[in-house]
Design a protein around this ligand. Structure first.
Ligand SMILES: Nc1ncnc2c1ncn2[C@@H]1O[C@H](COP(=O)(O)OP(=O)(O)OP(=O)(O)O)[C@@H](O)[C@H]1O
Length: 271
């Protein structure tokens, strides 16, 4: 079995506005990042604001390309990017990748059902998908996924009228319909109240433990990462400064990683 994720020496520089006419400077958002997920795990990506969490997550799907000489980034056995260029089989990798973002998860004017059914798109003839000509089996599959995430009763509602938590669950349903083998979730609970946030995190745990889906999730809240993830990758200034079990992180280590931001890094889960 190939690893779910293999990242080798991934660096990403962004251009900084020149401070003076002769100073075209760059800033390294990711600096020689390497890690592997060999079996379905729940990896929590943590670190202070600007440490590179979203940049790393987006690089895994090829939405951000690393610097020349970086990589490879191999996801589900397929090269997503290498040497600053997309790999030839990036589309195949994306077909098995579920994405959950903080916002803009769903197409607002489409129903929740249609949004979840979009998870079928990589697997059925494009024209049939475009016209929403789902088979009865596909409809059942979509409804089962909406039921799993607890919002089947909202199936016909337009996505833009759903609450934030329902939209996150809709995105997770789409990943279930897609039969995603790896879910990349970028701040999926940042805008949610603690009770809804807990439900969304529990769904990700369920997909990982009961369906063998790998999960990589960026989280601002250290306590959520430690409670719901089995492995933590901590980034600081674009470098991995911790890669290990959640219970290996003690308050001193976290203070070192977060510096003065440590106070804001906790969202004490009331449960
Ligand atoms: N398109 C871009 N152009 C220039 N700089 C960028 C760009 N995207 C990200 N950066 C910079 O790269 C660094 C890492 O950003 P990133 O969004 O990955 O951090 P993060 O750890 O996810 O932060 P946060 O927790 O605040 O969301 C930041 O300093 C950010 O300003």
């Amino acid at each position: 079995m190939p690893s779910l994720v293999e990242v080798q020496s991934l660096s990403k520089s962004f251009a900084l506005l020149a401070q003076s006419p002769d100073a075209a400077r760059t800033f390294k958002a990711l600096d020689e990042v390497s890690f592997t997920m060999t079996r379905p795990e729940r990896i929590g990506l943590i670190g202070p604001s600007g440490s590179g969490k979203s940049t790393l997550l987006r690089s895994l799907s090829g939405l951000i390309l690393g610097d020349a000489g970086s990589g490879p980034v191999i996801v589900l056995g397929r090269t997503v990017q290498m040497d600053g260029r997309l790999g030839a089989d990036v589309r195949a990798a994306r077909a098995d990748l579920g994405m959950v973002a903080q916002q803009f998860n769903l197409v607002g004017r489409l129903s929740l059902f249609t949004n979840a059914a979009l998870g079928l798109l990589g697997r059925i003839p494009p024209l049939r998908g475009l016209f929403g000509l789902w088979t009865p089996e596909e409809k059942q599959r979509v409804m089962r996924a909406l039921d799993t995430v607890g919002i089947a009763d909202k199936a016909s509602q337009r996505a833009k009228t759903l609450s934030g938590g329902q939209q996150q669950r809709g995105a997770i349903a789409r990943a279930i319909v897609q039969d995603a083998r790896l879910i990349l979730a970028d701040e999926p609970v940042a805008s949610l109240d603690p009770v809804t946030a807990r439900k969304v995190m529990e769904l990700l745990v369920h997909l990982n433990e009961d369906r063998g889906v790998g999960v990589i999730v960026t989280l601002h809240q250290v306590d959520y990462a430690m409670k719901y993830c089995d492995r933590i990758l901590a980034l600081k200034d674009g470098k991995i400064v911790y890669d290990g079990p959640a219970d290996g992180l003690n308050p001193d280590r976290l203070s070192e990683i977060y510096g003065p931001e440590i106070e804001q890094a906790y969202w004490r889960d009331p449960s």
